[in-house]
Design a protein around this ligand. Structure first.
Ligand code: NAD
Length: 463
């Protein structure tokens, strides 16, 4: 069914208005006023999920996929409207990616050994009810993608979403439960509270029935979860550098880097946040970025104004600038540019505040390096030990290997835009929870399971 632009606007408007009034929110599936009640409901739902066949879990997941596609534009618009971050076109692509490529039950595999002394299996079992904390940068994408993986693993999930993205998160949680009910599954496979707070988060983290907590967000939340005394998966902040050496296809590198950096206005944690370029090709790279890729070359005065606009004197980000387009950011500092400007660039040292800080804005400072080894050193410094994501444009495999070893990130994209790592123009599956701090890397259904060994002694080996 074709749905017009004005129909979508009116649906989004209607949903947001209802939520503004607090009207009917608690009548939506999976939404509670009290965190303990939410956990109790998810626990009841998990009792049903744990005895479901894999086929039944997969049936729910396939309906979730269909519903995400049907509602991709609505959720994209809600996300932008509620948080003020990102852009609708790219957010639609992110939802479609989640719908089409998030792994389901095929990710749950059994290992087996058989021999003279019998048979041993290692099976992936559910944790039970998982607690999940989600960011405002990819609100519905994270809720949907996490739940698909967690459900495939036999779990249900209680979310404490970012308060600034609660309406969009509630819409996604309701959609997940509608899909489960349509497939003959239980309500409350995913739940949340109407008004998430630090208190509701603390209740969730301490609750006796939550055995795994998955945190997607900045350093504060990951540290809080890892201090909870429970098993935690920490998907934290990044500041991914894109290194370019003289063996690269410089013109293509400029295109890939700016495409990756500007995707959803630089919100993805994996997106290029700064460039480190070898001296001999640095000018050429910046020329392509400016002349062919819609980069605005910021003067020292504009850089200064940007610093004072996008962050305070303590370096804390101005939330009104996060995820905004280059045109909007430039307008904030009194610079009017045409619509084809999609990124802001300049050359500066690695310590420059707009380079060293994870801004989540299409601002791409370029750091000049004497040679490849110097570039690696500066890029490793800029990644700040997050071990999250890094990118390289080079045709020399030995250099790529050296960089990969030294920067040691969960994601390293070679000769492509950052989003290739999420299966978008690259191989592999997507996720919006990349466990950088705790080392699981890109999470999927298997990440949300525990290993259980089952041994039959001296029998069932029939070779
Ligand atoms: P944020 O850290 O402000 O908030 C993330 C979530 O954590 C929210 O739900 C928030 O309410 C909660 N939170 C924050 N501090 C907390 C604390 N001390 N205790 C309990 N809960 C707390 O981040 P954001 O602005 O929503 O998202 C952007 C950040 O998240 C960036 O740093 C980005 O790199 C990171 N991120 C990482 C991944 C990943 O997969 N590694 C994915 C998306 C975003």
């Amino acid at each position: 069914m074709e749905i017009t632009e004005s129909q979508i606007k009116s649906i989004v408007g209607e949903v947001m208005a209802k939520m503004q009034l607090g009207e009917s929110v608690t009548k939506m599936h999976g939404i509670f006023t009290d965190m303990n009640e939410a956990i109790e409901a998810a626990k009841e739902a998990q009792k049903q999920v744990r005895v479901m066949s894999m086929d039944q879990r997969e049936k729910i997941i396939s309906i979730i996929r269909r519903k995400i596609k049907e509602n991709a534009e609505t959720m994209a618009r809600m996300g932008v409207e509620e948080t003020g971050m990102g852009n609708v076109g790219d957010k639609i692509l992110k939802h479609v990616l989640v719908a089409e490529k998030t792994p389901g039950t095929e990710d749950i595999k059994t290992e087996a050994w058989s021999g003279d002394r019998g048979l041993t299996l290692v099976e992936m079992g559910p944790f039970g009810v998982i607690g999940a904390i989600t960011p405002c940068t990819n609100p519905s994408e994270t809720v949907l993608c996490n739940t698909m993986g967690m459900l495939a693993g036999g779990n249900t999930v209680v979310f404490n979403p970012h308060p600034q993205a609660i309406k969009t998160s509630i819409f996604a949680i309701n959609l997940l439960n509608e899909a489960s009910l349509e497939a003959g599954g239980p309500d409350n496979i995913a739940v949340t509270v109407e008004k998430p707070t630090m208190d509701s988060s603390a209740i969730m983290m301490k609750h006796k029935d939550i055995h795994l907590i998955v945190a997607t967000g900045g350093p504060g939340v990951v540290t809080a979860v890892l201090s909870s005394g429970k098993r935690g998966i920490g998907a934290g902040a990044g500041n991914p550098p894109a290194l370019v050496d003289e063996t690269a296809d410089i013109r293509k590198a400029a295109e890939d880097i700016v495409n990756g950096c500007t995707f959803d206005n630089n919100l993805p944690c994996i997106a290029e946040k700064e460039v480190v370029a070898v001296d001999s090709i640095c000018d050429e790279l910046m020329r392509y970025m400016v002349e062919e890729q819609g980069c605005y070359l910021a003067s020292p005065e504009v850089q200064d104004k940007l610093i004072h606009t996008v962050m305070d004197e303590k370096g804390r980000l101005n939330r009104k600038c996060v995820g905004r387009s280059a045109k909007v950011l430039l307008a904030m500092v009194g610079v009017d540019v045409s619509d084809n400007i999609r990124c802001i660039t300049f050359e500066g040292p690695k310590e420059h505040p707009l380079i060293t800080t994870e801004l989540m804005m299409p601002i791409l400072g370029v750091v000049r390096a004497k040679n490849f080894d110097d570039a690696v050193e500066q890029a490793v410094w800029l990644e700040h030990g997050n071990r999250h994501s890094a990118h390289i444009h080079s045709k020399n495999v030995d250099r790529i290997t050296k960089y990969a070893r030294e920067i040691d990130t969960a994601i390293l994209v070679k000769n492509g835009p950052s989003y290739a790592a999420l299966g978008f123009g690259g191989e592999g599956f997507p996720t919006f929870t990349i466990a950088s701090r705790t080392g699981e890397g890109l999470t999927s259904a298997a990440t949300f399971t525990k290993r259980r060994r089952c041994t039959m002694s001296d029998s069932l080996c029939i070779r």
